[in-house]
Write a protein that binds this ligand. Structure first.
Ligand SMILES: [Zn+2]
Length: 393
């Protein structure tokens, strides 16, 4: 049977790689930043912009949120997440695990899965590898993530090992149930294709926190099960930056060359560049839209907080080097006024710019890898990024 996704490396520069992931719905150039569409929508930014202005080829949907509201059954009845949300390019859905462990209260973790109370109405809910695979099949995403347990970033070695063992057993159950669902045709996003299988791809997740030997073990056990791509989980959860860079430096070169590598939930523009330098292909993070809502802008000259008084009479754009439609049209002074006035366009405009900046940065990363000048690009990009450091948040 042909594979659900195709992965091709076009160029490498040191550990950095630029490639193409072809799914049943779009061709994705890597390294890629995937904007996060938590509730089946991008917060504050319409899909029209993502398609026409940013040319985003893949976005994320959150299983936890969609599972609780409106529920897999509703989305399935309305034709799957693509048809329901009108996003017809690629979707990656997470497993719900990360949110269960970070958002919900009163969790009861067993071998079978995790029981928790919904953060919306307090109702009792249950997620397991099987339920997560069922939900992701109903959503019909192109890339499905295994259901894993996410230990806190500062977990000690014993707790991390225990969690890793459970994650390995859950990964196997995820794989088995996923395969059954594909056979049964439960995937609502199936697309007939002559080159690809038309079904969903499944990615495994490497855990192990900051413990390199456990990362190695998790990698081996995940590869043994076999997946279409491999993700690095459990980073950017409160640990020191140096821990993340050390783990990446250690584990990424050991990951299969012939599969895409995805660093989950990361990060700042600097994190992205540093992770690409260590061989990562895919990223997602809520920061561009979350910070955008509170007045935080990411620019080529560092972070900017539009609420600062120094922008009151500033008639320059958020980022003079950005070609997005907000920067072409509006001044910092104007957007600051909108923010102070509680005008919702302020949040929308900054989120818009932030996503444009992230996607444009990745485009420049790809070009520099292809032209063999990534090291120079990285140096220049990072030093410019340090020019401005407003407190954002
Ligand atoms: Zn802009």
């Amino acid at each position: 049977m042909s594979r659900p996704i195709d992965w091709k490396i076009l160029a490498t520069d040191g550990e950095a790689r630029s490639g193409l992931i072809t799914t049943r719905r779009s061709v994705i150039e890597t390294p890629v930043f995937m904007p996060v569409g938590t509730q089946g929508a991008m917060k504050g930014v319409r899909f029209e912009w993502l398609e026409q202005e940013f040319d985003a080829r893949i976005i994320l949907g959150n299983t936890y949120h969609l599972f609780l509201r409106p529920g897999a059954e509703v989305i399935s009845a309305l034709g799957g997440l693509h048809k329901f949300s009108t996003w017809d390019r690629s979707l990656l859905t997470d497993s719900g695990g990360f949110q269960v462990f970070s958002l919900s209260e009163l969790r009861k973790l067993t071998e079978d899965g995790v029981e928790f109370r919904s953060h919306i109405d307090g109702s009792k809910q249950f997620l397991s590898p099987e339920v997560s695979m069922d939900v992701q099949a109903a959503l019909g995403s192109e890339i499905v993530m295994v259901f894993d347990e996410c230990p806190p970033g500062d977990a000690g070695i014993d707790a991390t090992r225990k969690s890793l063992e459970l994650t390995a057993r859950w990964a196997k159950r995820s794989r088995e149930h996923f395969d059954k669902l594909q056979e049964k045709g439960a995937d609502s996003g199936f697309v007939h294709s002559s080159d690809l299988s038309g079904g969903q791809a499944l990615f495994g997740i490497i855990q192990g926190a900051g413990h390199l030997d456990l990362r190695q073990e998790s990698l081996e056990r995940t590869i043994e099960i076999g997946f279409d791509g491999y993700a690095i989980g459990g980073l950017s959860v409160g640990e020191e930056k140096s821990v993340m860079y050390n783990v990446l430096e250690y584990i990424t070169p050991k990951m299969p060359v012939d599969r895409p590598r995805y660093l989950m939930g990361v990060g700042t523009p600097e994190d992205l560049i540093e992770a690409v330098d260590r061989g990562v292909d895919m990223f997602d993070c809520v920061m561009p839209t979350r910070n955008g809502r509170t007045g935080g802008a990411f620019t080529s000259r560092g972070k900017l907080n539009i609420r600062n008084a120094k922008y009151l009479k500033d008639d320059s754009p958020i980022d003079a080097d950005c070609g997005c439609s907000v920067c072409r049209r509006c001044s910092r002074g104007y957007i600051r006024h909108l923010y102070q006035a509680g005008e919702m366009n302020a949040a929308t405009m900054i989120s818009h710019h932030n996503l444009a900046f992230y996607l444009d940065t990745m485009k420049r990363v790809r070009q520099s890898i292809k032209s063999g000048s990534f090291a120079r690009f990285r140096g220049e990009f990072l030093s410019k990024l340090r020019e401005n450091e407003d407190q954002v948040g």
